[in-house]
Design a binder for this molecule. Structure first.
Ligand code: AMP
Length: 113
């Protein structure tokens, strides 16, 4: 089957894509944990943040810029929102293609569960 997020990037499986450029794609999480739950992923396959190389520094910055723009567009930037990237199973990572969760629209708890 390959990587599910590569399949979304390549439009082999459907997703509610809300933003796309040469480097990244953003789509709505299929199992939202908050009123806003959008994922920003690189088009390039990187399995976890531990695999990031120095050459990916710009890509990571771009992912955050895109996430900020989406948070502003969805009206959660001023209220507050959370950006999460899980790494490896104990964190809860289930899809091994890095993704930034944008979570917002409700009060977030700390520490996270
Ligand atoms: P993580 O647990 O950090 O690896 O997050 C993976 C996220 O991907 C979860 O929030 C899932 O609900 C979401 N997800 C898995 N498959 C899809 C899909 N086909 N379309 C959209 N979101 C997905």
């Amino acid at each position: 089957m390959g990587c599910i997020f590569c399949n979304i990037t390549e439009k082999k499986i459907p997703a509610k894509i809300i933003y796309e450029d040469d480097l990244v794609i953003a789509f709505e999480d299929v199992n939202p944990q908050a009123p806003v739950h959008t994922l920003v992923i690189p088009k390039k396959h990187i399995s976890t943040n531990l695999e990031l190389k120095k050459e990916d520094n710009g890509l990571l910055g771009h992912m955050f810029q895109v996430a900020n723009r989406i948070a502003k567009d969805k009206g959660i930037a001023e209220r507050g929102f959370r950006l999460v990237m899980n790494c490896n199973p104990e964190s809860g990572q289930t899809v091994f293609h890095i993704h930034l969760h944008i979570l917002g629209g409700r009060h977030m708890h700390w520490p996270p569960g």
